[in-house]
Design a protein around this ligand. Sequence first.
Ligand code: ADP
Ligand code: MG
Length: 584
Amino acid sequence: MPDAPRRIRPLPDLVANQIAAGEVVERPASVVKELVENALDAGAARLAVDLEQGGIELIRVTDDGSGIDPDDLSLALAPHATSKIDRAEDLDGVVTLGFRGEALASIASVSRLCIRTRRPADPGAWALASEGDRRGEPAPAAGPVGTSVEVRNLFFNTPARRKFLRTPATEQGHALDVIRQLAMVHARVGFVVRADAREVLALPADQSPRERVLDILGRDLEKELLEVSRDGAVAVWGLAGRPSLARGTNKGQFVFVNGRAVREKTIQHAIREAYRGLIDPSRYPTCVVLVEMDPRAVDVNVHPAKAEVRFRDSSMVHSVVLGALRDALRAADLTPSLAQATRAVHGPVDAQDLAAALRSPPGDGSSHPSSPGVSPGTIRDALADPPIPVPIPARRVLQVHKSFLVAEDEQGITIIDQHALHERVMFEQLLERVARGTLETQRLLAPAIVPASTERLDALAGLAPLLSRLGMEVEPFGPDTLAIHAFPSFLFDRGVEPEDFLSGLLDKALSGAIPPDGEEALREVLDMMACKAAVKAGDRLSDDELSELVRLRGEVERSSSCPHGRPTSIHLTIRELEKLFQRR
Ligand code: ADP
Ligand code: MG
């Protein structure tokens, strides 16, 4: 027989706080995040972070911000006590990083904490110590203006949680990732980080957003990053990596909303979409995107560690971010250099730059807003004129091995994969015709007959709306054949056989390679058409065809990569050639 139901009673404070801490404080990095956010909210111009044993032994965050009223000091450690919001309505339009009033209480309940603070007008500092649920009394102390919070022996009273901590090196890595994220979006604030008394990161105060991001990602990536900027109710600033910087994980992606590092599906999708066709779909572009908007249009109260946000109008945010990224990518000549193309294949050569900087874990909250005293490097400072595209007109073109084209231009030579480039050209032309409704169809004098299994007939039924959009008229014809009555003229002109094309398409559908989403399916099929219609490796091209193909390269979008995201062309400057031959 089951036990009689136990009585319901309120939990003791310590237990309640420790449960709350479970949501907020997972590891030293989460403590670092909360303390640095508090320092930023307090308007710090400079802050220092000290770590010992990756933060497991000690985390100390010292700032030169506003300080705390000594009469409020005990309250700072109390649960649900905050100076940042008063009423429920204030949650609608939070401009500080903190607002939950929970962090210090949670951290204190699982550590030995000491807070020392002094406001600019106070004659001296005050300090308060606590150990788990044992809270001391505020007492006068010596110290400069600002606040220093010291957290020792994290999880000393919750051994089960302590067990989940990893090695000091790993914990330190996570803590540094969090600091880099926060620093990236607070360019005006100086940061110094010391680990076991050794300086591991130093960022000067008053940097521009661009300088700050480059200091963190690595200066040597400057040429690989394109500036993104758009002003408006939703303002966007960022740096978008060239396709050759794409990686196998999303660790090179940094997304911030109103100074907070967030995981946000809408923006992630916009990034993916902007790079569609420029990189292999299984890879992630490197890019930093800072979005600023009216705080009332973002709900920040949706995640205990404040790592997620929700937009009131997410489709607007999506289109602004997508537009800004697209413009930046379109404006640039994305043809990779030999070094970039090599990097895309073998990964970063100068490893440390990207690798070190891009280790950061997806999604740790961070920060900035216009709280009193905070002077973040507002992204509007950084909004600049869009970059100008650099088309390099070819002077002469040569076909080699019936597969590659070599085009000479002012600065060097471009080597082109004829099939990949032609495929992209065909794809863009098809896409444009479908969008405009000008894809012409040719009726067949006698229908083309294709043998078809029941599965194929089923697949045909599923594809019907797509096929008619593409000007293909196909019907079942008897129990085991189907008939093609009309076919796009474009493909006919390129010598594509209707029967072959349809068979290939149905096989593809049967193998599950056609995505369920209408637009994606359309792209997949257009890609197939483009591939079939394009010149192949091994096709000899006439002089006219050569120059036409090279001319189109300058006209169609995304011509630097084929629809699968592989490069169509590689550029080699004379300087690079000279270097390769050791002339320089
Ligand atoms: P929240 O940041 O959500 O308000 P916290 O528990 O992190 O909650 O902090 C509680 C309060 O303590 C803050 O609202 C703020 O008034 C004060 N505080 C914490 N850290 C600092 C700091 N570094 N400088 C000034 N005030 C601070
Ligand atoms: Mg806080």
